[in-house]
Design a binder for this molecule. Structure first.
Ligand SMILES: [Zn+2]
Length: 355
């Protein structure tokens, strides 16, 4: 039933950090929800190196400041004067302090791409934007980072397919994992609820092309589930059948309606759909070609698949414990789902040419 999956993921299961029991329960719940629609989901498993962070300890001029953990940061203790780096971050000896890009607090986040491609990151912590603004070069900092690396774990994308007349397929996606201490109601239980509603719309229909609904794992540590989907399609020689992609990420609360999209021809279709649904009257619409955004459509774009992410973004509770179901606005969720359905219909009928 509508809204059930959202509540199950965000309220009942809560934190769904990848590789944990919460994420495993979420994958099972999503599979069950697909079965309710008469679909037969499968799990696409892949190996995962999990990281269990602890809250970083940060002292500035003898005063304790709040800090958010950085995934895959090396444990360590660093002390010395704060030094400003050219990329907007700060150095404390070999350690790093990074401003949070979104949200009102010091959010947990990944350090990519500043790691140079290696998973291991220097001892690093995130500051709120406000704290980053009051930090000054020469202040004395002491940063203690702790965390544990856990191997031998598997993660799972949940994939439900509707076979159409052609093996060419459109992928509809949303990630189900959340961050450290984050119940992830908006990010991204709303997207998974939206994914299910799109599946509900198409289940049982005769389609000219196939559809795959994919709940992605491990998005929050670098789009790993979506990347694994592409790797798997390439290995099996079916990547050429993936002719389009629509992703839902944070669709129940933010200020603006963001459409991150490539190539431009798909963005043109999105603009037509936005117009037809009257969304421009209700939201400030932000459109970007979005090849470098941190959302699950990006690995598809990199593989030459016309793809887009739909988001209501940004919002202040992003990646924080306050990201709860109390924030969800049904009208925003419905609008994003209607837009996703329009784009799926359009690509089912005639895919945009691959880049
Ligand atoms: Zn997200």
């Amino acid at each position: 039933m509508r809204g059930e999956l959202l509540v199950k993921l965000a309220d009942e299961i809560g934190v769904r950090r990848c590789g944990t029991e919460g994420a495993a329960r979420a994958a099972d719940a999503i599979a069950d929800a697909f079965r309710e629609l008469g679909l037969e989901p499968r799990f696409q498993a892949f190996p995962l190196l999990r990281f269990d962070p602890e809250e970083p300890e940060l002292w500035i001029d003898g005063e304790r400041w709040q800090a958010g953990p950085c995934m895959y940061a090396h444990p360590g203790s660093c002390e010395g004067p704060v030094e400003r780096l050219a990329d907007g971050r700060w150095a404390v000896g070999e350690g790093r302090l990074a401003p949070s890009i979104f949200g009102k607090g010091p959010i947990p986040f990944t350090a990519l791409p500043s790691t140079g491609g290696h998973l291991a990151t220097r001892p690093t912590a995130f500051l709120s934007r406000a704290d980053s603004d009051r930090l000054r070069e020469g202040m004395h900092a002491r940063l203690v980072v702790r965390g544990e690396w856990v191997g031998g774990i598997s993660e799972r994308n949940v994939v439900a397919r509707i076979d159409g007349a052609s093996p060419e397929r459109i992928v509809v996606g949303a990630h189900y994992d959340s961050v450290w201490h984050g119940p992830g109601a908006i990010d991204n239980a709303t997207g998974v609820e939206g994914l299910w509603r799109v599946a509900e719309r198409f289940a049982g229909r005769q389609l000219p092309r196939s559809l795959e609904f994919v709940a992605f794992a491990a998005e929050e540590i670098g789009l790993i589930g979506a990347r694994q989907y592409i790797v798997d399609a390439r290995e099996r020689g079916s990547l050429g059948d993936v002719v389009g992609m629509v992703n839902l990420d944070c669709i129940g609360h933010g200020e603006k309606l963001e459409l991150l999209c490539s190539p431009p021809a798909l963005l043109d279709r999105a603009r037509v759909a936005v117009e037809a649904l009257g969304l421009a009257a209700r939201y400030e619409i932000v459109t970007e070609l979005g090849e470098a955004a941190g959302t699950d459509h990006v690995p598809f774009v990199e593989a030459g698949v016309p793809a887009m992410s739909i988001l209501h973004f940004p919002y202040e509770e992003y990646h924080l414990p306050e990201d709860s179901t109390a924030l969800v606005q049904e009208e925003l969720l419905t609008d994003a789902v209607d837009l996703a359905i329009a784009l799926v219909e359009s690509q089912l009928a005639a895919p945009v040419a691959r880049a």
